[in-house]
Unconditional design. Structure first.
Length: 180
């Protein structure tokens, strides 16, 4: 199956505005506290880069990353989550904010959150740019959510199809295209 880039679901301006609001909200909630912001590679990289610039210096924020295997070249999750890169630092007794591009079935995050809890942090919360809540197979508590979106495959602003289109400044739909 081939996919073709289609129209914008969320414009670049809408994203920037919402990301700023999320950063300010996180800033209020963690004011005067330490916070380890954990980006899930590669999808969250662009969102996280913008988000952390809106978290004020009253939060003592540090950054770390994890990489997990995701959809490969398909658009369907297989529910298997493999840690490709683990955190550099310990999260024991720390406040952790897991930053994701999108929550779909919730399988990836629920696995990651379980793993994170085993490391005995002080607290763990999730910040996701997009949420396809109607697709959820396992419950996940998303404290900071950018946008609730319909059950459509989307790309851009870090999200990819087969590694493509992460660099787009807006979130786009993709269209299925017949093989030639
Ligand atoms: P979940 O485990 O089903 O919640 O899937 C989470 C991961 O699937 C995300 O981090 C993305 O990498 C990928 N994903 C889910 N939906 C989309 C989409 O619409 N576009 C691109 N990637 C997606």
């Amino acid at each position: 199956m081939n996919f073709k880039l289609s129209g914008e679901l969320i414009t670049s301006d809408e994203i920037q505005k919402r990301v700023a609001e999320l950063g300010e909200e996180i800033g209020r909630d963690y004011c005067g506290k330490d916070l380890v912001v954990v980006g899930i590679l590669k999808g969250a990289i662009i969102f996280m880069a913008y988000l952390v610039r809106h978290i004020p210096p009253t939060v003592n924020a540090t950054l770390d990353f994890m990489a997990v295997s995701s959809y490969g070249d398909s658009t369907k999750t297989n529910g298997i989550v493999k840690i490709v890169k683990d955190l550099d630092g310990s999260v024991k007794d720390k406040n952790v904010l897991v930053v994701e591009d999108i929550v779909d079935t919730g399988l990836t995050l629920s696995y990651l959150l379980k793993l994170m809890q085993e490391r005995q942090p002080e607290s763990v919360r999730v910040c996701a740019l997009l949420d396809k809540e109607e697709r959820r197979k396992v419950p996940v508590d998303v404290t900071y959510r950018g946008f609730l979106i319909p059950d459509k495959f989307v790309v851009g602003y870090g999200l990819d199809y087969a590694g493509k289109w992460r660099n787009l400044p807006a979130v786009h739909y993709v269209e299925q295209q017949r093989e030639q």
